[in-house]
Design a protein. Structure first.
Length: 279
């Protein structure tokens, strides 16, 4: 059996391809070897993934956030410890997974807009250029974490309307102390900040909210997409919950910046499973 994974910081989507070629989809919490220890990831897999799989896994193809060149071997070792019968264990960045899922065998610019953000120039086979994403502190423009961070910043700096400010206090119990506690003293604050994207989506017609969303997405194009040589000659594809749910605004901004939008999909797991089933 083959196991394929697409992991972000919020959730991990798994697909088991059985001996008949059928797909079985599973889900666990998000995994990130840059933000979580080996023991934490191992515990998550053994407690919430292994019990759901019937049969032995022979081949594993894992694509995930935080799988940098330095962390690739770490993630492979964790998977080997989890699935002792596996003879093939590969771990790649979520960026390569995104490129394979939205570009296929064609050249293009592949972008991730989920809890985090990232982008690359793909030649149909390999990533040939990638602007450093920087994470939610140094970059991640347009991501759920940064959208949430910018909303919280606007809350603290009194840049929101009285209506939205009061709504956040009443429904989320927001206060300066509570925000500082969640951001600076709890694990994976990026995931907590990204949880506010649902609120942003539901209230995007409010001028102060729309301003936050547009400025964040605009920054993604300016600081990432437009850094690639001849970017206007490529289709720009998107994957992730933010791209999917804010698609009309994304297309509007791209049109204004004379950028050609290609595929916009929410999750790549089916495309990746099909890719490895064929290969």
């Amino acid at each position: 059996m083959i196991l394929v994974a697409d992991s972000g910081s919020t959730k991990t989507s798994w697909c088991v391809i059985d001996a008949h070629g059928d797909f079985v989809y599973l889900e666990t919490s998000g995994l990130n070897p840059c933000l979580q220890s080996e023991d934490v990831i191992l515990d998550e897999l053994q407690a919430n993934l292994c019990p759901k799989i019937n049969g032995e896994i022979q081949h594993i193809f894992y694509y995930g956030t935080g799988v940098t060149a330095e962390k690739q071997s770490v993630m492979k070792e964790i998977l080997k410890k989890t699935f002792l019968s596996a003879t093939t264990v590969e771990a790649y960045s979520d960026l390569l997974g995104s490129a394979r899922s939205v570009c296929g065998n064609n050249a293009g610019i592949a972008c991730i807009l989920g809890t985090g953000s990232n982008s690359c120039l793909f030649d149909g086979n390999n990533i040939i250029d990638a602007v450093n994403c920087g994470g939610y502190i140094l970059g991640d423009e347009g991501s759920g974490a940064v959208l949430g961070r910018n909303l919280l910043n606007a809350f603290l700096k009194r840049d929101l309307s009285d209506k939205i400010h009061a709504d956040l206090v009443n429904n989320y119990n927001l206060s300066y102390g509570y925000i500082v506690e969640k951001v600076y003293k709890t694990p994976m604050p990026n995931t907590w900040m990204a949880s506010f994207t649902k609120y942003l989506n539901e209230n995007q017609n409010e001028p102060c909210i729309r301003k936050i969303i547009v400025e964040s997405l605009d920054a993604f194009f300016a600081k990432n997409v437009e850094k690639y040589a001849d970017y206007k000659n490529y289709q720009v594809h998107f994957i992730g919950s933010i791209a999917y749910h804010f698609k009309p605004l994304l297309e509007e901004i791209a049109k204004r910046r004379e950028i050609k939008i290609g595929n916009i999909i929410q999750a790549p797991i089916t495309e990746l499973a099909n890719y490895h089933k064929k290969h």
